[in-house]
Design a protein around this ligand. Structure first.
Ligand code: DCP
Ligand code: MG
Ligand code: MG
Length: 499
């Protein structure tokens, strides 16, 4: 398209949301190849391609420098880069695990509004987070276009506050990318703007491992810079472009000039016609649709040299309180089965910071919206967290922490009634045992119900152990007085050893 042409947005394509949201799009760099390089670090400096059938589905950036590109035939890639190392990428399981970890991190730490797109991309609506932050003059990473505003752009300059919001969004995006790098090990690119289509488009402006922010007054420039075909617009795939072509629309210009009636005839659906018509102008009111409930919920704070246990515990308590508030705000009624404490220790000798996490099974919490929920949950969690802290920081006099974090994981639905407490507990027990990181609840109980696995039992908090024992005692009494017997789902039914 002609870059100097200013696109006039027709009245029925004007956004109903304006620039009110702040959206970050995150895309992992050469995703499959990065997963392979993480597992096999000596591949990092070599040109690497990931092969499915006779196609290189992706390749690392060393290979890209040699001209190899995504979705190239293996034979062609080999010609361009004779030293190309090829790994088979047909089993997607490992890629899925890494993909989940990224989405999980974003959901638990940044926003509940995270929408996955394919395996390596996420849209995150950070509007709420941005509102809560103080204004900033700094943009993190690149800014799309020139910061010097031309006359036309000055005319387009927006005074709704979106410049400030996307600036804060760029800082959030940088924090997201740092967290993904540090905790999952992947580098990513990010795009920041006020809607999904623009955030995705601008994110690919600087690759790899970079981020770009688009201000509203540069949106027209970005759309005008796109290659001519309709496929340049994210969301318009092969099927849709074929459909458009059959209706005589092949270029982005054609699409911009097509009326809603024409598009409705092509799609047979007025909603889709309107969405596509708007996309062609960089207008996108579609929401970030959360892709499932978060698997964890956590907060972390960088701290300035915490080096005494008292300070650390005060910080952990404050973080836990905030985390409980977030849990209450989650409003889906789920309770966590596991609590995880993270510390980042500064090692004076190596001059490096190192993260470490430990987790424990959660004690039974009071009803989520009860008055005492916060205080009594805190009282139950703190001894566990102190125990985890002591395990990770055994020398009380000699440590230096630069970050502390508390997270809830292993969420379960918890309904009322006895049967449900056990369904709440079961995955906790399994998880605590599998991880081997759960705190062993010290137990003085020598005798256990016959169907209960001792390892599982030991991994549970004291109250739950007591409940199991009480339930067992109760059952024995019931059995010895048959008149009282009634069929009831009990906690121990769920803890039977596997047959
Ligand atoms: N993928 C695939 N087949 C396709 C497209 C992609 O198997 N037709 C896989 C391989 C990629 C992953 O999906 O690693 C993510 O796709 P991207 O388009 O985001 O490509 P990359 O992440 O590999 O590279 P980039 O750095 O350009 O994002
Ligand atoms: Mg990618
Ligand atoms: Mg991608």
């Amino acid at each position: 398209m002609d870059e100097d042409q200013v696109i006039m947005i027709p009245p029925d394509c004007v956004s109903s949301l304006g620039h009110s949201r702040t959206i970050v799009h995150i895309d992992a760099d050469c995703f499959y190849a990065q997963v392979e390089m993480l597992e096999n670090p000596e591949l990092r400096d070599k040109p690497l391609g990931v092969q499915q059938k006779n196609i290189v589905v992706t390749c690392n950036y060393v290979a890209r420098e040699k001209g190899v590109s995504k979705l190239m035939l293996v034979a062609e890639a080999r010609k361009l880069s004779p030293g190309l190392v090829l790994v088979n990428g047909e089993d997607l399981a490992r890629y899925r695990v890494m993909s989940d970890r990224v989405t999980d991190l974003l959901q638990s730490r940044f926003s509940s509004l995270v929408e996955r797109l394919g395996l390596d991309e996420n849209f995150v609506d950070v509007s709420e987070m941005v509102k809560a932050r103080t204004p900033t003059a700094q943009v993190a990473g690149h800014v799309y276009g020139d910061l010097v505003r031309e006359e036309e752009e000055q005319r387009l300059e927006c005074h709704c506050g979106c410049d400030q919001r996307v600036k804060i969004g760029s800082q959030v995006a940088q924090e997201m990318r740092e967290a993904i790098r540090e905790e999952v090990g992947l580098t990513t690119c990010a795009g920041v703007s006020y809607n999904k289509v623009l955030a995705k488009l601008v994110g690919s402006q600087h690759k790899p491992n970079q981020q770009t922010t688009l201000f509203s007054w540069q949106a027209h420039k970005l759309i005008s810079s796109l290659p001519g075909g309709v496929r340049a617009i994210p969301g318009i795939g092969r099927q849709m472009s074929d459909l458009l072509k059959s209706g005589g629309i092949s270029s982005l210009c054609d699409l911009q000039q097509a009326g809603l009636d024409t598009l409705m005839t092509i799609f047979g659906n007025s909603d889709r016609a309107s969405v596509v018509q708007k996309l062609a102008f960089g207008v996108d009111d579609t929401p970030v649709k959360p892709s499932g409930r978060p698997k964890s919920l956590g907060i972390e704070d960088a701290v300035k040299g915490v080096n005494c246990a008292q300070d650390a515990e005060a910080k952990i308590e404050a973080l836990s309180g905030r985390l409980l508030d977030l849990l209450t705000a989650q409003q889906d009624g789920r309770l966590p089965g596991t609590v995880r404490l993270t510390v980042r220790k500064w090692d004076k000798a190596t001059k490096e910071a190192r993260r470490e996490s430990r987790q424990a099974a959660m004690p039974a919490l009071p009803p989520l919206h009860s008055e005492t929920f916060r205080a009594s949950s805190l009282a139950k969690m703190m001894p566990l967290l102190k125990e985890l802290f002591a395990k990770m920081v055994p020398d009380k006099n000699e440590f230096h922490l630069t970050l502390l974090g508390v997270a809830f994981t292993n969420f379960c639905d918890r309904k009322s009634g006895k049967g449900s407490i056990s369904s709440f507990l079961q995955p906790v027990a399994k998880k605590a045992r599998l991880d081997g990181t759960g705190v062993e609840a010290s137990t003085s109980h020598g005798l256990l119900p016959p169907e209960v696995d001792r390892d599982v039992f030991n991994s549970l908090p004291a109250e739950m152990q007591e409940e199991i024992l009480a339930d067992w005692k109760n059952r024995q009494q019931t059995l010895s007085s048959p008149t009282k017997a009634k069929k009831k789902c009990t906690i121990n039914d769920y803890f039977g050893k596997k047959k």
